[in-house]
Write a protein that binds this ligand. Structure first.
Ligand code: GAF
Length: 387
């Protein structure tokens, strides 16, 4: 709330009007990694850290967007027939505006962006930025777009404008997150159901502080490897259009047809889908131990088969898994750095933070950021007192 009030005051000072404030959360994924673009299952939760957009209408057909984090202002002409990507943060905005205008005519606006969600930490700051701006603009035009449509158009913005061939998970959870619950999302049908995090458990996020430049090219490479696996497996298993359609048994029967590393990539995805369904069932049954065991297996599969972890994340996971009172721990998000998520017994969180923090500092010389987050709600307007 404090952040929203400060943003509203800063907006008022800069643009001379009282804005509406939109909050779009980041996310942590409990399990189901690199399965979304394989039409599979994911189990993310929206978190308390968020991007905020302050917005008020302008009388002309321009968008003026100021980002506090980037200390930059950009201006867009809403009637520009062919906006182009420039390789900076503005591409998220240009992409969302382009996609949104295919659905509705949006009006000119002043926007100020702020918040506490760090960029590049693997907590989906880019999806939160897209969703905050998309929601704000459609609200400003008087025709709020449906949440699933908003998630899809933000994903297209990232695919087509920014060039990351991401799946739907991050945008979907930022749009549709639920307080107190992770969501089991079927990425093919776009159907979700809540999987509550038990009252005796907490999600703890450990930021390795490692950021890899190559993450997006490696990500697109993994997508391509999955496509190759589908093209081979679909020739021997009828009805396969994505790795989601391959069962573990079918995979084991035909894996010899796949060259390395395609075989290991596919094995990760096929087994991760199964683990994700089992983890959701475990959360629904209040079985945190089982969910944690599956998270540990997921990390191993991501590190060894999918090869998207990094030495620092492996160190963090080992330290986290060794603390008593921890149900399970794994890297979360696209990988190559970023964050580790742990499911920790509620009464053990402080001890966990102390022990993992100290272990990580002495093993790597890096200062980690470790914090707890309750699952939060998806994007929405925040009501505040007039600044
Ligand atoms: C990134 C992508 F944006 C998601 O779509 C998802 O694929 C994730 O990596 C890996 O599970 O966050």
């Amino acid at each position: 709330m404090k952040m929203a009030v400060e943003l509203a005051s800063a907006f008022q000072r800069r643009f001379g009007a009282a804005p509406r404030i939109i909050r779009a959360p980041g996310r942590v994924n409990v399990i189901g990694e690199h399965t979304d673009y394989n039409d599979g299952f994911v189990l993310p939760a929206a978190i308390e850290l968020a991007t905020y957009a302050a917005i008020a209408p302008r009388p002309d057909r321009r968008l003026v967007v100021h980002s506090i984090a980037f200390a930059e202002t950009l201006e867009l002409d809403l009637d520009d027939p062919a906006p182009i990507a420039l390789g900076n943060w503005g591409d998220y905005i240009r992409g969302v505006v382009t996609e949104l205008q295919k659905l509705e005519r949006i009006g000119g606006a002043n926007i100020m962006l702020g918040g506490d969600l760090p960029f590049g930490a693997g907590l989906s700051a880019s999806a939160a930025l897209e969703v905050a701006v998309g929601f704000a603009l459609s609200l400003n035009s008087g025709a709020p777009v449906d949440r699933t449509q908003l998630a899809l158009l933000c994903q297209r913005a990232e695919n087509d404008f920014v060039g990351l061939q991401c799946g739907i998970m991050d945008q979907f959870i930022s749009c549709c997150g639920r307080e107190g619950s992770a969501l089991l999302l079927d990425c093919r049908r776009l159907e979700a159901r809540p999987a509550p995090i038990g009252a005796d458990a907490r999600l703890v996020i450990c930021d390795t502080t490692i950021r890899h430049q190559l993450a997006s090219s490696a990500y697109n490479e993994r997508r391509e490897e999955c496509r190759q696996a589908v093209s081979i497996l679909s020739s021997v298993i009828p009805g396969v259009t994505a790795l989601r359609d391959v069962t573990v048994q079918q995979f084991e029967r035909h894996e010899a047809l796949l060259p390395e590393p395609i075989r290991r990539r596919a094995r990760h995805v096929v087994t991760e889908n199964e683990r994700t369904l089992q983890a959701a069932a475990a959360l629904e049954a209040g079985d945190m131990e089982e969910c944690g065991r599956l998270m540990n297996q997921s990390h191993r599969s991501l590190a060894e088969d999918y090869e998207v972890s990094c030495p620092e994340a492996d160190v963090m996971v080992r330290l986290a898994q060794a603390v008593s009172g921890v149900f399970g721990a794994r890297m979360t998000g696209g990988g190559f750095g970023g964050c580790v998520v742990s499911l920790v017994r509620a009464g053990e969180v402080e001890r966990f933070i102390g022990s993992v923090g100290e272990g990580y500092r002495s093993a790597t010389g890096l200062e980690p950021r470790i914090f707890c987050s309750a699952p939060s709600a998806g994007v929405g307007e925040i009501s505040i007192e007039a600044p």
